[in-house]
Design a binder for this molecule. Structure first.
Ligand code: AMP
Length: 407
């Protein structure tokens, strides 16, 4: 289990507490929130801090304004929804540093919640003072000076070293909020100290975006099922004709190296043994089940075949932990969602009936599992994309490292 500082380790009573959240919620053209999941994710931490009598100061990025004010990226529009969800009037300051932020902080009473304006309106959030990638420590200090304690509750930005994350974490002692704590405990349980045997299911479009992930996983898993477009690259590397399929032929050596490493590490690799080949990349395009060496040059593989699905389900039967990233086929285009839907439903069933620990995250995975109606059946689904993938790649995440660092 990763060792990090938690909220229970600090006395927040009467203290000014900066909480880094991810309120980058999707909104429609009129600014109306279309999915408030990210606001809700912060509620347990906010309830805990209010209960303990902390003065709460919320920090978040929103969109990509890249250091300039943009009314469309203001966080002020979130105040009514956030107030409704928390059940008190949330205060707002139109800057996250300087006199406006300071006077709003000075007015806080125990249990109050203040939302500061978008951190990305300042260049120093993601650039050094001379415009390089990184952050400006002076900007981080201006935010840190507003508070006594720093709580990080946004796993989705843990892979980034920016002013409102690592920058403040270099100045104030940082503690994980309850949402981050939950993410870390679940992911760590699946990857660092899993109940064995442990299986990975990695799909999605391309090998190129997941090379590090595949390399790391073969050293940790007992079994790895590879699906989606990226399986085509492996099949082609092994000499199969993949026709007009999405395939990275230039990654032949990389694919073979991953297979070789898997053998050395005793990680069983499950590649498709049959596929669904279609005549076009479109919903309901004419298609057929075919064997690996039967794909015609004008056909493209858009999903795993039924025998492949059976192999994957059998492997799930043998495993006690499952880590899932990426769909098994072009799931947005029915019926090429079949393998993804069947495997996701089966995993959820195994969780319910057999105590399988199934953890998923990254990119399109959440959408694919929701589409399958299986998301609620998983043990845990990470809300983070890039951070989840980097964790699976075995990288140290700056936002997590700062929770371990003593100042
Ligand atoms: P990723 O973001 O890497 O997880 O990739 C997800 C995307 O991969 C989805 O949009 C799928 O439609 C796509 N995908 C999965 N399998 C295939 C395939 N066989 N051919 C083309 N695209 C695919």
């Amino acid at each position: 289990m990763v060792d990090f500082r938690r909220l229970e380790d600090v006395n927040v009573s009467g203290k000014r507490v900066l909480v880094r959240v991810d309120f980058n919620v999707p909104c429609d053209d009129t600014g109306k929130i279309t999915d408030d999941t990210r606001l809700r994710a912060a509620l347990p931490t906010l309830a805990y801090l209010r209960d303990k009598g902390a003065k709460i100061i919320l920090l978040s990025h929103y969109g990509r304004p890249d250091g300039v004010y943009d009314a469309g990226a203001s966080l002020e529009k979130l105040v009514p929804s956030l107030s409704d969800l928390i059940g008190i009037q949330v205060h707002f300051a139109s800057d996250c540093i300087g006199p406006k932020a300071q006077s709003a902080v000075d007015a806080l009473q125990a249990g109050d919640v203040l939302l500061l304006e978008n951190t990305r309106f300042h260049m120093g959030e993601a650039k050094t003072a001379d415009g390089q990638k990184g952050y400006d420590p002076a900007f981080a200090k201006a935010m840190a000076d507003l508070a006594e304690i720093f709580v990080h509750d946004a796993f989705s930005v843990c892979h980034r070293a920016q002013a409102s994350t690592s920058g403040i974490g270099d100045i104030l002692t940082a503690y994980a909020g309850l949402a981050l704590e939950r993410e870390l405990d679940h992911i760590s349980q699946a990857l660092d100290i899993p109940k064995k045997p442990v299986m990975g299911l990695v799909g999605g479009a391309k090998v190129s975006s997941k090379i590090d992930l595949l390399k790391n996983l073969v050293g940790r898993l007992d079994c790895l099922a590879i699906g989606g477009g990226m399986a085509n690259t492996f099949l082609a590397a092994l000499g199969h004709n993949v026709g007009n399929s999405l395939c990275e032929h230039d990654l032949r050596e990389t694919a073979l190296e991953i297979l070789e490493n898997a053998k050395l590490e005793n990680c069983e690799i499950l590649l498709p043994v049959d596929v669904i080949a279609a005549t076009g990349f479109a919903a309901h395009a004419p298609h057929r089940v075919c064997g690996l060496d039967d794909v015609k040059s004008d056909e493209m593989i858009l999903d795993a075949g039924p025998d492949t699905v059976t192999n994957i389900l059998d492997a799930m039967d043998r495993c006690r932990t499952l880590i899932w990233n990426g769909p098994l086929g072009a799931f947005e285009l029915p019926p090429f969602d079949t393998a993804t839907v069947e495997a996701a439903k089966y995993a959820a069933k195994r969780v319910k009936n057999n105590g399988l620990i199934a953890v998923a995250g990254g990119g399109d995975t959440v959408a694919a599992l929701k589409h399958a109606g299986a998301a609620d059946g998983f043990t845990f689904i990470s809300t983070a994309g890039g951070a989840f993938l980097e964790w699976m790649e075995g990288k140290a995440l700056p936002g997590i490292e700062m929770l371990k660092k003593e100042l």
